[in-house]
Design a protein around this ligand. Structure first.
Ligand SMILES: Cc1cc2nc3c(=O)[nH]c(=O)nc-3n(C[C@H](O)[C@H](O)[C@H](O)COP(=O)(O)O)c2cc1C
Ligand code: SF4
Length: 678
């Protein structure tokens, strides 16, 4: 048996967990009608297959109708959920993993205009900044009803074969009772710590009475809100001890921080550029003070840090949640001594930011996550070895090369630059976004193992490609910054990429016209402002940088608000003219009736990229499919059979930004879903 601390079993009451790695609660927003159907099951089972000890399904499955599904949560209040839960728990148990579910009442952390349009309830009228609902102050009959709802939901989960339930307290109704900042009730549920904790203990007692002892019960709670006037560390320690002493629960799942604002949430669940494992020592302190089974997760993305968390005795079970969204087979790879093959989580938080925008969670660089019913995590070998030539070694080209290599094909990649990475290499120039380069590095090391041939500094012409005698050619040449958006003066502006790459020196009084609204605009702003420039970011949109999304915006704002950067929404840059050493910006508005003039010394435009597609169009006449992609075959996961030119010698496809400006996930998904069937 291995002596790896991570691979040691753990006895949690009657439940034997096969190792020390868990996936903590996270709602990927895959439910259909609030139920965990085939897609949800496939996602969950993939992680169990990958070897994880326990998977905590759902995040925040709703126990009551007035806890509306604000990010497409599971609805644990529905009786019809039980058979779906049963199918999922049976399938996970078959793979040797334990499975629990997290239950909650969101309290004020939701919206009233979802679900049944019931008023949101909380122990005060204070609204939560993130979800904006002004709550009704909870009444005695609400409290009784919700306690019963928790017990009913737990009973449903036990009937569905779950090994246990976890209560989501932090930021939700249970901790809204516990925190002095959100509880303005009088006794018996407000005032002293005894009173503020009463709701939590009433819920736990009601659940225990219903499910009995042979069912795991845990609480995920904040033991330090890190907010003036909130639950501080001292009170958090006291709460931890009381939870243990209650005898009602089997483990603590420790959180530090508050989640009522985007900034608070980002400190609880740190993103790229923020420190790894920031709350691990704190969780260790709680464990030491309580001597009680302790779980914890917060940016422990790599095996070495996870191993340290266990070996040092700071926690009993370590959560690697986003890490498992990037690679569901972490434990299997540890056991097989293939840690270097683990696809690394780069903390991009595309997954989490999407659910807060009402979308499903997707991993920025694993397009199979959440698409297990159609996209493989492990690529099958092809029946016939083909020669695949790929042009471009950005994320799309490298994913195509990796997948083609896994298929067993002979793969040759041409890249015009010195190094692989394309736009990601530029993105990673920003210190805070350096982790992005792992998207490239991991693919390069996988390609090396698969024997892919690379030609860097090679500008591939049509002849070069045809001389390879390919069966398949994939154009993944990406795009070039698109700045020609003005009625006049296009030659006077520079692109955001010119600034980020260092090709153009930052100005001192700069306008960034950003109607792409993605990272490049903000990265350029930060670059210029850090060099001492004054920056105005202008967008015709209703809000700036909409593609960056909530948690990703936090580190930018922390940096930009301290620098000389301002934001102007709803105005459009229409033209630029030169006047002496200055540039005159002609500004209008899509709403009409505005014509302003402003003066700057540099004007930067961020308007996405325009496809670099010359080679594709040169090769098109010589291809058998004339570049055609049959969408029905692509979507159904069948090989492409378009045949439009009897003289054609190879199939030709293009992917990623070489087709149209999109994002990294789209580029990687383009590559995976096409090449897995080649
Ligand atoms: C898509 C997504 C949804 C999440 N939803 C929940 C949730 O509903 N309840 C919860 O307690 N934590 C939730 N989390 C937080 C995770 O459980 C975990 O604490 C967090 O991702 C930090 O751990 P990690 O760095 O290992 O990913 C969510 C995380 C993600 C990525
Ligand atoms: S999107 Fe980013 S943070 Fe989320 S799982 Fe993927 S790599 Fe990790």
């Amino acid at each position: 048996m291995s002596n790896d601390p991570l691979l040691q079993p753990y006895q949690l009451k009657h439940l034997t967990l096969r190792n020390r790695i868990i996936v903590t609660a996270h709602e990927p927003a895959y439910p259909e009608d609030g139920l965990p159907k085939e897609r949800y099951r496939a996602y969950t089972v993939e992680r169990a297959k990958g070897g994880v000890a326990m998977t905590m399904t759902a995040g925040s499955a709703a126990v009551s109708k007035d806890s509306p599904p604000v990010f497409n949560n599971l609805l644990a209040y529905k009786d019809e959920i039980v058979p779906w839960i049963r199918e999922m728990t049976d399938a996970v148990h078959e793979e040797g993993a334990a499975i629990m579910i997290q239950l909650t009442h969101l309290g004020r952390r939701t919206r009233w205009d979802k679900g049944e349009w019931l008023p949101v309830v909380a122990p005060s009228h204070h609204r939560e900044a993130s979800h904006r609902a002004f709550p009704k102050k909870i009444e005695d009959w609400d409290i009784e009803r919700i306690i019963k709802d928790f017990a009913d939901a737990a009973e449903r989960m036990k009937a569905g074969g779950m090994d246990g339930v976890e209560l989501e307290a932090y930021g939700h109704l249970i901790d809204q009772f516990a925190s002095p900042l959100t509880n303005e009730l009088d006794g018996p549920y407000g005032g002293s710590l005894d009173n503020r904790m009463r709701f939590c203990f009433d819920v736990l007692k009601a659940i225990r009475a219903r499910v009995g002892d042979d069912f795991i019960l845990g609480v995920r709670y904040t033991a330090d809100e890190c907010l003036p006037g909130g639950t501080g560390k001292e009170e958090g320690l006291e709460i931890s001890k009381r939870l243990k002493q209650s005898g009602l629960i089997d483990y603590l799942n420790v959180i530090r921080g508050h989640i009522d604002t985007d900034a608070g949430l980002t400190d609880v669940i740190p993103i790229q550029g923020m420190a790894n494992s920031p709350h691990l020592d704190f969780a260790g302190e709680i464990r030491a003070a309580t001597n009680f089974p302790t779980f914890h997760a917060a940016k422990i993305p790599d095996v070495a840090t996870a191993r340290h968390a266990i070996a040092s005795g700071k926690v009993d079970m370590v959560g690697m949640t986003r890490a498992h969204m990037t690679d569901p087979h972490i434990v299997r790879k540890i056991i097989e001594k293939r840690e270097e093959d683990i696809r690394p989580c780069v903390g991009a938080n595309y997954c989490l930011d999407r659910i807060y925008q009402g979308g499903a969670a997707y991993c920025i660089h694993n397009a199979a996550t959440g698409r297990e019913l159609t996209m493989p995590h492990s690529i099958a070998k092809a029946d016939r070895r083909k020669k695949v030539v790929i042009i471009g070694a950005g994320p799309a080209g490298l994913e195509a090369a990796r997948v083609a290599g896994e298929r067993g094909h002979e793969v040759v990649v041409f890249e015009a630059a010195n190094d692989p990475g394309g736009q990601i290499r530029l993105t990673a120039q920003s210190e805070r976004r350096r982790e992005m380069i792992s998207i490239i590095d991991w693919r390069m090391s996988q390609c090396e193992k698969l024997g892919v041939t690379f030609h860097f500094n090679s500008w591939a012409e049509a002849d070069t490609v045809q001389a390879e005698n390919p069966d398949v050619v994939i154009i993944a040449t990406g795009g070039l910054p698109h700045t020609e958006v003005l009625s006049k003066g296009n030659e006077l502006v520079v692109s955001a990429w010119d600034i980020i790459s260092g090709d153009v020196k930052p100005g001192t009084n700069v306008l960034i016209f950003d109607d792409a609204g993605d990272h490049a605009g903000l990265q350029a702003a930060e670059f210029i402002a850090k060099a001492g420039g004054k920056v105005e970011i202008m967008t015709p949109d209703r809000s700036f940088a909409p593609e960056v999304m909530a948690m990703n915006l936090v580190p930018y704002m922390r940096s930009l608000q301290k620098l000389d950067v301002t934001f102007t929404v709803t105005y459009r840059l229409e033209a630029v003219e030169k006047s002496g050493n200055e540039l005159v910006a002609h500004v209008g508005s899509d709403y009409g009736g505005i014509a302003k003039q402003r003066t700057f010394d540099q004007i930067v435009i961020n308007h996405g990229t325009i496809p670099l597609d010359d080679l594709y169009f040169e090769l098109k006449p010589a291809s058998s499919n004339l570049g055609e992609v049959l969408h029905d075959q692509l979507i159904a996961g069948r090989p492409q059979t378009a045949w439009r030119n009897a003289d054609g010698k190879f199939q030709l496809f293009r992917i990623g930004d070489a087709v149209a400006a999109r994002n990294t996930h789209a580029a990687i998904y383009d590559a995976l879903r096409l090449v897995k069937d080649i």
